[in-house]
Ligand binder design. Structure first.
Ligand code: ZN
Ligand code: ZN
Length: 386
């Protein structure tokens, strides 16, 4: 028994659009449904035939194979090489190099996967996300307002004025691509390029939607929530899948990429996951020792100054830095002590200080003045910040 043409079965032309095919199939399915024709073998066969035709013609990939190679093209199923009409040399190449190289060599173009037609994906959007050091240390929830292409509500993204304003592209017959066969000494070369008439979409809009002029999308604004993990840094980015520009005519959306930027801090300098704080202490505090209230990224904290603390000494506040992004633990806060010298003194203060100069431990020892304090200050700095 010879098999009937699928288009003939559904009673549609070869250029029929998906809606027309669906409509026609529904009509036949209702007409021949076994529930409506109990015991009627002939209508049961017609029902099955229509279902098979619809299964093929409603699937753009299967339909394209059927258009090119008839029933034979479908029987080869999953093994079917999409470069079918070329000479055997291509099948051999395909077997040796596999699909991906083959695709690179012979096109498809624009990065779309071989044999797929349809609307293009929307582009990615990049936004800058400025964070304070406190937000970086604690992690944050942010709302991002972005201007982007959104689906046109008038046409539901189809770009068509009426449901039947979209037709199958007459140039590529809905496949979205055109193949050119050229002869070379190696055999035939098949070049597959996106159809220019429909931009590879397989469909064209006859009467465009008045709101979006046929693009299927309009400029709009949307708010996106982002969760920022603690410990991110400058130039880290957070991809938000599907939150970018929507594609033209129902194409899938691109991504939204939030690129982290760190705001300079008033008192802290970040060094990796450590934060550095410069702290002024008075001479009595440094000499006698003290407990000083200092800022940290998570509020105030007490810092113990040992008696005899030198200017330039670096004190470590463990685990008061920034959390490691991809592991446990966190950096430290490093406090650089600077002994502060008063600029103006009252007569009484002056006289008290003068009395102090009489003390035998008040002045640096000979030799300490240059060598000890200066050298070790730079060495400590280097060690602490390397
Ligand atoms: Zn529209
Ligand atoms: Zn086309």
């Amino acid at each position: 028994m010879t098999r009937r043409d699928y288009y003939e079965i559904l009673g549609v032309t070869r250029t029929a659009g998906t809606d027309e095919i669906k409509k026609s199939y529904r009509k036949l399915a209702l007409q021949y449904h076994p529930d409506r024709n109990p015991g009627n073998h002939e209508s049961e066969e017609l029902f099955k035939e229509a279902a098979e035709a619809y299964e093929v013609l409603s699937d753009s990939d299967k339909r394209r194979r059927y258009d090119q190679f008839g029933h034979e093209g479908l029987r080869r199923g999953a093994d079917f090489h999409d470069f079918g009409s070329a000479s055997d040399i291509f099948s051999a190449f395909g077997d040796i190099f596999g699909g991906s190289l083959f695709e690179e060599m012979f096109g498809g173009g624009q990065g779309r996967s071989r044999g797929r037609s349809g609307p293009m994906q929307g582009s990615d959007l990049k936004v800058r996300l400025r964070l304070t050091l406190e937000e970086i240390a604690a992690g944050a929830e942010k709302k991002l307002k972005v201007r982007k292409w959104k689906t046109c509500e008038t046409c539901g993204g189809t770009g068509a004025r009426h449901p039947d304003s979209t037709i199958t592209c007459p140039v590529c017959k809905g496949s979205g691509e055109l193949r050119q066969v050229t002869r070379t000494i190696l055999g035939q070369m098949v070049n597959i390029a996106a159809c220019q008439n429909c931009n590879g979409e397989g469909q064209v809009v006859k009467e465009p939607c008045l709101t979006c002029k046929g693009d299927g999308r309009v400029q709009g604004e949307s708010t996106v929530r982002v969760t920022i993990p603690a410990g991110v840094g400058e130039s880290n980015y957070i991809p938000l899948r599907g939150e970018g520009n929507t594609g033209p005519r129902g194409g899938p959306p691109g991504d939204l990429i939030a690129v982290i930027e760190e705001e300079p801090h008033d008192v802290f300098v970040r060094d990796g996951n450590n934060v550095i704080l410069d702290l002024l202490v008075s001479f009595p505090e440094a000499a006698l020792g003290a407990e000083i209230d200092v800022p940290t990224l998570s509020g105030r904290a007490k810092l113990r100054i040992q008696p005899g603390t030198q200017s330039g000494m670096i004190l470590q506040m463990r685990d008061k830095g920034i959390p490691h992004l991809n592991s446990f633990g966190r950096g430290d806060q490093l406090v650089r002590v600077n002994v502060w010298v008063p600029r103006a003194l009252t007569a009484e203060e002056k006289s008290l200080l003068k009395q102090l100069t009489q003390g035998e431990n008040i002045h640096p020892k000979e030799g300490d003045r240059s060598a000890h304090s200066e050298k070790s200050f730079f060495r400590r700095m280097k060690n602490a910040f390397s």
